[in-house]
Design a protein around this ligand. Structure first.
Ligand code: ASP
Length: 449
């Protein structure tokens, strides 16, 4: 069995919905098709919820009306059969009435989750109607019937497996199961979700419990690129990458995959193929465990980083100092990204500055504190095992004129990261691209170092 996940842009318009049907049709075998909400819809639903929290009913109603208009424009052009069209209208009417029913005092968190789930519920229903109109076999299954999380928000794998397999086995003749990404039920059996961008995670969880042959993530770019195409010319899509390298890149800024989504697939060793809905003929990027070893695979950047330096002579030859520092971050629920130490100072980075004032106050008890804002982490992923001589010099040779604030190397075999001013980020990405990757012909590139 295969899992095919299509993101928001892949189901973002009439034309794209039809492209997805074409891709499903051309994929042989039994599939579970996971869909996101149409692009922008989850943001709109979030906006509606926020307005309802503020009792701003007038604007909430306007947003609901705009969304309804958008959906109506889509279905008008999506379906040609009158019976299907009238079913789609009924669906949208119910959806609209549901959203309007929340215009009242006392909007709760549970109701917010119900609103957030509507984007995926609508897109999957419309897609199923389209498959029906195009005479394609399909069965719509609700993620709310099998996708379950516990009270910490973690997926309950055994329950998911048992419930999903029961549904699949009840429909032995179906080739195309359609379901929602992102949404789930929590331990109280209320509607909940896997957090923003969670549809990739849904696909990976499903792939894991059904032991899928492959998980395909269909998006709007030809797989993962060796560098950020928004800032660098002449990037290229990489044909394969290991789970470890992809995890480093996903965390440090490559937005194609949700970082958590990689874990269930990696644990079961299920290959993940990232493909482009708008260029299905492109080979995409295969994420798997048996990649050819390559020294430098790709580069990504993460912005909005704050560095904190704690300098103290009490650290000299002392033990237990780092523990005390880490405890401050733990107490303030703030994750640390990068860390470097010297005998008398420790520098670390965070990307969540909500509690920075409290953290700084508490750290002052340990020494002098310096804070730097507007920094970016540049992450270089590849097979960077320390015996791969020459890699670090090749990297830093490219950056002779750039001032570097911190360097982290050796934490894993797959990542070297360093910190620069965000104002230098684009220059750094371009210098590395030029220095580390060499075009060998117009289409393909190879790694220089
Ligand atoms: N629709 C949800 C979001 O925008 C989930 C997803 O698309 O992955 O976050």
């Amino acid at each position: 069995m295969l899992v095919l996940k299509f993101g928001g842009t892949s189901v973002g318009s009439v034309e794209n919905f039809k492209k997805v049907v074409g891709i499903v049709k051309n994929t042989v075998g039994t599939k579970i098709i996971v869909l996101s909400a149409m692009s922008g819809v989850t943001n709109t639903l979030q906006k509606i919820s926020n307005l309802l929290v503020l009792n701003n009913f007038k604007e909430a109603k306007q947003e609901i009306e705009l969304l309804d208009k958008r959906y109506n424009n889509v279905i008008k052009n999506l379906f040609s059969s009158n019976t299907i069209l009238s079913r789609a209208y009924t669906l949208l009417k119910n959806h609209n009435n549901l959203l309007l029913s929340f215009i009242k005092n006392g909007f709760s968190e549970i109701e917010e989750k119900v609103i957030m789930a509507q984007g995926e519920l609508v897109s999957t229903n419309l897609f199923q109607l389209l498959m029906e109109e195009m005479d394609e076999d399909s069965c719509l299954i609700s993620a709310l019937d099998f996708m379950k999380i516990d009270k910490c928000g973690d997926p309950q794998m055994d329950t998911i497996k048992e419930k999903l397999l029961k549904i699949i086995n009840k429909n032995p003749k179906t080739n195309n199961f359609i379901t929602q990404g992102f949404i789930c039920k929590n331990e109280k059996n209320e509607i909940d979700n896997l957090k923003r961008g969670g549809s990739d995670y849904t696909a990976s969880l499903i792939g894991s419990v059904i032991d899928a042959k492959q998980i395909q993530i269909w998006t709007d770019i030809d797989g993962m690129h060796n560098n950020d195409p928004r800032f660098v010319d002449h990037t290229f899509s990489i044909d394969e990458i290991s789970f470890d390298e992809a995890a480093e890149l996903a965390y440090f800024g490559a937005k194609i995959l949700h970082p958590q989504s990689i874990i269930p697939a990696k644990e079961k060793n299920i290959p993940v193929l990232v493909k482009n809905t708008f260029k299905p003929e492109a080979s995409g990027t295969l994420i798997h465990n048996n990649t050819r070893s390559i020294k430098i695979r790709a580069i990504a950047a993460k912005d909005s980083i704050t560095a904190i330096k704690i300098k103290s002579y009490r650290m000299l030859m002392a033990y237990g100092f780092l523990k005390k520092i880490f405890e401050v971050f733990e107490k303030n629920e703030t994750a640390i990204d990068m860390i470097t130490t010297s005998e008398v100072a420790v520098s670390l980075t965070i990307d969540n500055t909500k509690k920075i004032d409290k953290i700084t106050e508490e750290l002052k008890g340990f020494g002098n504190i310096e804070i730097d804002n507007d920094l970016s982490i540049i992450c270089i992923a590849g097979d960077l095992a320390q015996n791969n001589k020459g890699i670090t010099s090749a990297i830093f040779n490219c950056l002779k004129d750039i001032s570097i604030r911190m360097i982290s190397y050796g934490g894993s075999n797959y990542n070297l990261s360093f910190l620069v001013k965000t104002s230098d980020k684009i220059a750094v990405l371009n210098l590395l691209n030029k220095g580390l990757f060499k075009p060998i012909n117009k289409i393909k590139n190879s790694i220089l170092v």
